[in-house]
Design a protein around this ligand. Sequence first.
Ligand code: WAQ
Ligand code: MG
Length: 253
Amino acid sequence: MRASKRLVKSEKSKVKSQETREIHISGAEGLYHLPEIDGATRDYFTRAMTHPKGMPDRVLITIERVRQRPRVVPMLHISTVNCISCRDAVPIISELLSASGVSPRALKKGIGVVTAKRVMRGAALMSCASAIRMEPDRRRGVRVSRLGMDKDSERYLARKLARSGINTLTVREAVILASKVAACRDVVAELCISDDPDYTTGYISTRRLGYVRVPNIKKRGSPHGGRVFFVREGTDIAQIVRYLEETPVIVSL
Ligand code: WAQ
Ligand code: MG
């Protein structure tokens, strides 16, 4: 699902390039069995129409048959760091990502992406050492799709999150996405900040550290956010993009 809104005239004059006229409101994707599709489509529609970023004037819901058997990847271990103010967030993120092989340059540029004025629909791919942007379309980014979780793992995850009072669709979907991304050998780490103005918890994730939640990663009310996947230097980008966008993946315990 993808919901967007065109800017009105007065807002338009402030933006220089044509493509920025459409703003991204929300997007979501999943893997479903045929009998679930009717309900899932309605849920996506409701989400599109009730998003805190406003009312969209275009909602696209694409349904595609997937013939390939999904690859099963492990769910990341979940933890939360103590971060009481957004001033503390950068040092915390820096320490975690540096320890995972992200260079200071890539770190700085990556933070720039997730705090930039213009919110991308997908994620940036960034070389973890040279900080070069690698995604084919830098305006759109790479959209992770065809991902889900098996029912048993979903129940386990929901119970686990409920014990910490964080059993929300937002967290469950983020854990699933981060687990699919982390299972890609050529991705070193992920950094995520929600673009929802009132959602101030972000995360960093790596195969080794797992899914590390960072509360107060941004100021309340900020409409900025995004995702960066730091990739191994000199890797086959087309192959990574194909995995993220097209390979069906089920996250499991
Ligand atoms: N593929 C790639 N990038 C995406 C995708 C996707 N499927 N979905 C979202 N993004 C990018 C895009 O640039 C968005 O602007 C940005 O991420 C944020 O998306 O444990 O809700 O859906 O409490 O706003 C983190 C949960 C929630 C932390 C993240 O992201 C926690 C969230 P949002
Ligand atoms: Mg959002």
